[in-house]
Design a protein around this ligand. Structure first.
Ligand code: RP5
Length: 179
């Protein structure tokens, strides 16, 4: 899906709005970026500021704990965490932050991302991670927007406009089929 695809958000009027970083977008490796950038694109479309970091549960465990422990105090409100394979990052970060964490299973060369999905979704009771479909970082971005929109009327209006655009798109495609 392209950066400005047919499912892209409506033009958002975020000019002049305060720029406060609200979403932390992290991934286990820079190799996850081709998948994870779709989340960043959605946040940009909705005018939601974000920071991007490479934080590995296995290769940089101390950095990961530090990131999770300080995230809320630094002003973040939602964390999107993508990882592949033995994808411990979303769950481990969720264990050290009170913030909502959205997990993105990144598909690797083997197992079609099922390993990533199961590693992220099978959390023990008490530590939730909202897991999106394999490779669907766009939905992770949209879910982050919805979480923020629960307490932000303007963002909610943008989400409603986006959903209306989706409905229109489906109607247009249906009309094209029937033409
Ligand atoms: C995971 O290992 C990362 O999230 C990535 O999906 C995977 C492979 O990392 P690289 O070997 O490409 O750096 O921790």
């Amino acid at each position: 899906m392209s950066a400005r695809s047919e499912l892209a958000s409506p033009a958002v009027a975020n000019e002049g709005k305060p720029r406060v970083t609200t979403v932390g977008l992290i991934m286990g490796s820079d190799s996850d970026w081709p998948t994870m950038k779709a989340a960043a694109e959605v946040l940009d479309e909705f005018g939601v500021t974000h920071e991007v970091s490479v934080v590995s549960a296995h290769r940089t465990p101390v950095k990961m704990i530090e990131y999770g422990r300080t995230a809320a105090d630094r002003g973040l409100q939602v964390i999107i965490a993508g990882a592949g394979g033995a994808a411990a990052l979303p769950g481990m970060v969720a264990s050290v932050t009170p913030l909502p964490v959205i997990g993105v299973p990144v598909p690797l060369k083997h197992l079609d991302g099922m390993d990533s999905l199961l590693s992220i979704v099978q959390m023990p009771a008490g530590i939730p991670v909202a897991t999106v479909a394999i490779g669907n970082a766009r939905n992770a971005g949209l879910l982050a927007v919805r979480i923020l929109a629960a307490t932000d009327a303007e963002l909610r209006d943008r989400m409603v406009a986006y959903q209306e655009d989706l409905e229109k798109l489906v109607a247009e495609k249906e009309a094209a089929l029937q033409a």
